[in-house]
Design a protein around this ligand. Structure first.
Ligand code: THU
Length: 135
């Protein structure tokens, strides 16, 4: 058996992550699963806060797990939301993902049955903010 997770396995991982969402205010659980360049799968769920703007999305939770686990690049990513088939990462998350992704990084959009659509970061975030002027 290949050690590389299939899109199906990333979907299942994202769905498991979604079950850990802390979303008592929006009641909109989201899960994300990243396969990183180190071969590991890193998970995230949205974590809301009574002070609403202090909550954050599933994708940055997964990015934080990846960075702390030693992963450096997002190879592919699955996203799922319980109440919205094919939920796409929000605008802020697209920018956060792009920091660790490439134009051809695949993003798997899911419903409760599995991966239903695959898009690239170039499709999700055309004209991304990129410059070598900073840093
Ligand atoms: N949410 C995510 O976790 N990821 C997205 O890309 C879209 C939105 C969360 C944030 C909030 O907890 C809930 O979904 C409703 O917006």
């Amino acid at each position: 058996m290949s050690s590389e997770p299939s899109p199906r396995q990333l979907f299942e991982a994202a769905r498991d992550a979604m079950s850990k969402a802390h979303a008592p205010y929006s009641k909109f659980p989201v899960g994300a699963a990243i396969r990183a360049d180190d071969g590991q799968v890193y998970l995230g769920a949205n974590i809301e806060n009574l002070s609403f703007p202090q909550g954050w999305c599933a994708e940055p939770t997964a990015i934080g797990a990846m960075i702390m686990g030693g992963g450096k690049k997002i190879v592919e990513l699955a996203v799922i939301a319980e109440r919205l088939p094919l939920c796409t990462p929000c605008g802020g998350c697209r920018q956060k993902i792009s920091e660790f992704a490439s134009a051809d990084t695949r993003v798997y959009l899911c419903d409760d049955q599995g991966v239903q659509k695959t898009v690239t970061m170039a499709e999700l975030l055309p004209y991304a903010f990129e410059t070598d002027v900073i840093g």
